[in-house]
Design a protein around this ligand. Structure first.
Ligand SMILES: [Zn+2]
Ligand SMILES: [Zn+2]
Ligand SMILES: [Zn+2]
Length: 316
């Protein structure tokens, strides 16, 4: 167990240290002052880590979403500040959308460059190219996000970097942000996830308020509590795959019965991702680049470990 606390100062709701004036009271003003432990191997708590991961996983969809809202016809963005006559007019909605997608892409590019080339790299980080269409913006953002997600554990274990990444990714700023974080934009223009409600209570607050967001693209199925102030979330790979069993569809359980007992050394791509500590997308890349051989749709545990070791040797 880690005895470090979340660097962001997260506290346990309703739990107080003995020195707190509200210790033992239910009606005090302190919402809770006992800090939350950091996640193993990280300087932020499990909740902050999972929120970071979720926003990074959604970043490309969000950028595509913002571009399509800003510019449904793929016309050039609305020009601002060209000529003084409109200075006093309220900014058109599209300007906010373009600012937000620009800020997010700049954040993603900056972090992807930092991860790949370190602090002293020579490139200037630009926002989106004017008039770029939603699909290109999506591809660009997705590539950057994948690089950052692959390095997330390292970043989360560095005090300066983890706070800086939280600021750009998961912190929601009140009002109109100076720089839009991913969470700011997601709160203003939510992605339409079409979630369903899980029939099983939240493991943190015990209410029937867990929403299941079906897996999309490379991202596993996600479980998030919607009750006020709870904030519990997990995905189908977390905690050894526990939550996919807890929240599983009866249909999935039946389907598993039809496929009894695989060789335990042959892993699904999700299991391989867990073993390698990488995303399923990365494992899929290893397969398609020929680094990793596929057997009956699965991959060998030993191969996964060998490729991971080789990649990390190369990755400096
Ligand atoms: Zn307290
Ligand atoms: Zn935290
Ligand atoms: Zn909850």
């Amino acid at each position: 167990m880690s005895d470090r606390f979340c660097l962001r100062g997260c506290t346990r709701r309703g739990e107080h240290w003995a020195v707190c004036p509200d210790y033992g009271r239910e009606d005090g003003t302190c919402r809770g002052c006992v800090q939350v432990e950091a996640r193993d191997g990280a300087l932020v708590c499990e909740r902050c880590y999972r929120s970071l991961r979720r926003h990074l996983e959604d970043a490309a969809d969000l950028v595509g979403h913002l571009r399509s809202l800003a510019d449904p016809t793929k016309a050039a963005p609305i020009a601002r500040g060209a000529g003084g006559s409109r200075v006093e007019a309220p900014a058109p909605v599209a300007a906010d959308l373009i600012d937000a997608s620009d800020d997010i892409v700049r954040t993603l590019r900056a972090w992807a460059l930092y991860v790949q080339f370190g602090e002293g790299h020579p490139w200037r980080v630009e926002g989106l190219e004017a008039g770029i269409d939603g699909a290109d913006a999506y591809t660009d953002a997705a590539g950057c996000a994948e690089v950052i997600l692959d390095a997330l554990d390292g970043i989360a274990n560095d005090s300066h970097q983890s706070l800086a990444l939280c600021e750009g990714v998961m912190v929601v700023h009140p009002g109109d942000p100076d720089v839009w974080s991913i969470a700011d934009a997601a709160a203003r223009w939510p992605l339409d996830e079409e979630p369903r409600w899980a029939p099983v209570p939240c493991p943190a607050c015990d209410l029937l308020t867990v929403r299941v967001e079906p897996h999309r693209g490379r991202r596993p199925t996600r479980y998030r509590c919607a009750s006020d102030g709870c904030g519990w979330e997990a995905n189908a790979l977390d905690d050894g795959g526990l939550w996919s069993a807890v929240f599983a569809d009866p249909v999935q359980i039946l389907a598993d019965d039809d496929h009894p007992r695989h060789d335990p050394d042959l892993l699904t791509l999700s299991a391989a991702a867990r073993v390698a500590g990488r995303t399923v997308g990365t494992i899929r890349t290893w397969v398609s680049s020929g680094d990793l051989a596929r057997h009956l749709g699965r991959v060998r545990r030993d191969d996964v470990i060998a490729v991971k070791a080789r990649k990390e040797g190369v990755r400096v």
